[in-house]
Design a protein around this ligand. Structure first.
Ligand code: ZN
Length: 481
């Protein structure tokens, strides 16, 4: 019997917060068992040659929507496969009651086990859930969800108090299937989340058990005005019109409202998918105004790389909208300067038939998880000089720390899960739906030349993806955090 199960030989390990080192890495029973200058191949059952390659910790894609438009089981099987292509080995998916997803309401203590059961056995990556308390009863479930169900992060959608998901209906109550979904509701959630975190702190300690609230920041009353104006002015069916209808000002105001309440309740918050220079500026102002507030920021691959002047059609409809080229550069500046804590895909598999050619009924969202490491390497490392270990922090270590997974995930440390991706930094490929192995039949990133791709992705010590294809069976398990 061999000493090790898998040996990753001759690669350069990329260590978050440290740098890059030339070293071999060996795994045993799903964990990293040794890191050394020269581990003999004879000591391992299987050897993965990483000569000339970079070995990154497996990505933690922290913003995801399993099962939003298709059955959970189907999304789990097809979309997490795409995550392996992009080097992610963990996904943290948002789930809520109301329209879409399971199209029902009820207590999460009943619904969450059903969701976990539907995904189990079908996911190629490990998976966890952030939950959105949609009504007062679900707010009351927060302590039990933290204590007994392994959920340590929650969500509030600022614009659901006035609109449904596509923004083609103002019947918000039919959409959320809840009572009052307003700032009063948000305040109650923040009190509950802050209390759950305070109670846990002395027992658990450290950033790895942080209990937090994620916020989708767009302000509904302003959206109402700007949507009416866009519709009255000829109603162009374009992504530019969609951005004009819910402009960056709505993000700025929502961030102001949310962070004021977060400071008042001492609730740790994550500002999701900042899409504009103005949103990033508002987050920076909130940090200055509330230095004691635990505030973290996220941007998505699409807000970093796509702009509404270059992207044709409506396939790129998403909330918040795709912005201008100047906004993409402002977000990259935030990534480079450290104002952005992590990058995620906001992956939501949405088929072309659900987009169509009418702006308002088109369902928002699309996939991007298969590009998590590739975009950061191509646009960040190669094009803008981002160091490899900073890439590892942005797509792996920082989200792992924010969401209670560090250092089990997000690191390459002996004793922790052997999740990693072996990257050929110079492999250049043109993005296509085929390449990404997702169930989605279109891709707003298609045609883009991207340099730096995973050639093998390892989940808990076993190769799960290699040279363009998945290997074996889906082995992902639920991440209790
Ligand atoms: Zn999302």
């Amino acid at each position: 019997m061999s000493r090790y199960d898998l040996l990753v030989k001759n690669g350069t390990l990329v260590l978050p917060y440290v740098g890059s080192v030339r070293a071999d890495l060996a795994t045993r029973q799903g964990r990293i068992a040794a890191i050394g200058e020269d581990i003999p191949p004879a000591d391992a059952e299987e050897v993965l040659d990483a000569t000339g390659r970079l070995v990154f910790p497996g990505g933690v894609d922290a913003h995801y929507h399993l099962g939003i438009y298709r059955p959970l089981k189907v999304d789990a099987a097809q979309e997490t496969r795409s995550s392996l292509v992009g080097g992610a080995t963990s996904v943290l998916s948002y789930f809520r009651t109301g329209q879409h997803y399971l199209n029902r309401t009820g207590p999460y203590e009943e619904i969450l086990p059903e969701v976990v059961a539907a995904v189990s056995g079908h996911s190629w990556t490990d998976f966890g859930f952030h939950l959105a308390p949609m009504d007062t009863r679900q707010v009351g479930e927060v302590p039990a969800l933290v204590d007994r169900h392994g959920v340590s992060s929650f969500k509030y959608y600022m614009f659901y108090k006035g609109f449904n998901l596509s923004a083609d209906s103002r019947d918000a109550k039919a959409f959320t299937m809840s009572d009052e979904y307003d700032l009063g509701h948000l305040y109650q959630i923040m009190e509950a989340v802050a209390a759950a975190g305070r109670r846990d702190a002395p027992l658990q300690g450290g950033p790895d058990r942080r209990v937090s609230l994620s916020l989708h920041c767009e302000q509904a009353e302003l959206m109402r005005l700007f949507i009416d104006r866009v519709r009255a002015a000829g109603d162009p069916q374009t992504l530019k019109a969609y951005s004009d209808a819910r402009p960056p000002l709505t993000e700025r105001v929502a961030i102001g409202e949310a962070t004021t309440l977060a400071a008042a309740t001492a609730c740790p918050v994550n500002l999701l998918h900042l899409s504009s220079g103005e949103a990033l500026a508002a987050a920076t102002e909130a940090r200055l105004a509330h230095p004691d507030l635990d505030l973290r920021t996220e941007v998505t691959l699409h807000h970093l790389c796509l702009n509404h002047d270059e992207l044709p059609g409506l396939g790129g409809k998403v909330n918040p909208p795709i912005r201008s080229a100047a906004d993409t550069e402002a977000l990259w500046a935030g990534v480079l300067s450290g104002k952005v804590d992590w990058v995620a895909s906001d992956h939501a598999c949405c088929l072309e038939e659900h987009k169509g050619d009418e702006l308002w009924p088109a369902l928002p969202g699309f996939g991007g998880t298969g590009l998590l490491y590739p975009i950061l390497l191509s646009e960040g490392m190669h094009r803008r000089g981002l160091a490899p270990h900073r890439v590892a922090e942005l797509v792996s270590a920082n989200p792992a720390r924010a969401y209670g997974l560090w250092p089990r995930k997000g690191s390459l440390l002996v004793g922790h899960d052997a999740d990693l991706t072996v990257v050929d930094p110079d492999l250049e490929q043109e993005v296509s739906t085929d390449l990404l192995l997702s169930g989605q039949d279109h891709c707003p990133f298609a045609g883009r030349k991207v340099r730096g791709w995973p050639v093998a992705t390892v989940l808990r010590g076993r190769i799960a993806y290699r040279d363009g294809a998945v290997v074996g069976d889906p082995r992902g398990t639920f991440l209790s955090r």
